[in-house]
Design a binder for this molecule. Sequence first.
Ligand SMILES: [Zn+2]
Length: 211
Amino acid sequence: MSERLSQEQKNLSQWLACSDCDLLLKRKTLVEGERASCPRCKSTLEVRKRDSASRTLAVAVAGLISFIPAMTLPLLGLEAVGLKNESSLLECIASIYNSELYLVAVLVSLFCIIVPLARLLIICYLMVLVRKNRSSLIGIRLYRYFHEWEEWGMLEVFMLGMVVALYKILGLASAIYGVGLISFASLLISATLVTQFLDEQYVWEKLSGQR
Ligand SMILES: [Zn+2]
């Protein structure tokens, strides 16, 4: 039964519908840098990105390297009337927890630490599998989680919150920009570049052994 199903899935994956005009077309295997467009409406059907796995792996590793300083070093500080105060993301969460806002502390940890870290680790592992040409059922499951958790990683929201807070506070005190802030920005850029370099269709095909 499962064999028949996987055969049917394989047959179905040979077909591709144009997202603009619904024309059904037989999928062609593209080489790196090649682009397939619809013969009827000329819209782009698929693009095979150049050196996708290596580039994605490189930016994901860069993100992982930025992760520890982004979490542990001071992000922002304030200086007013001779008093200075700086804190890192982990200290912020500890302070929220100590203020008995337990749910907020758990949510911030989940969306700003656990989900982004898990997604970076997953994509590193998957890119290693793709580069080694290994098909993997666990890989496919992890790739699904990678997509499902996309909306739950909220590094950008946190960054936006910091910018707004900074704007509000600047009139009252002078801000100190910590090393953690640069690392956090680097983490954010790396996480964005991962989605830019990732060739989604290519990864599905590699992990399911269609290539
Ligand atoms: Zn079309």
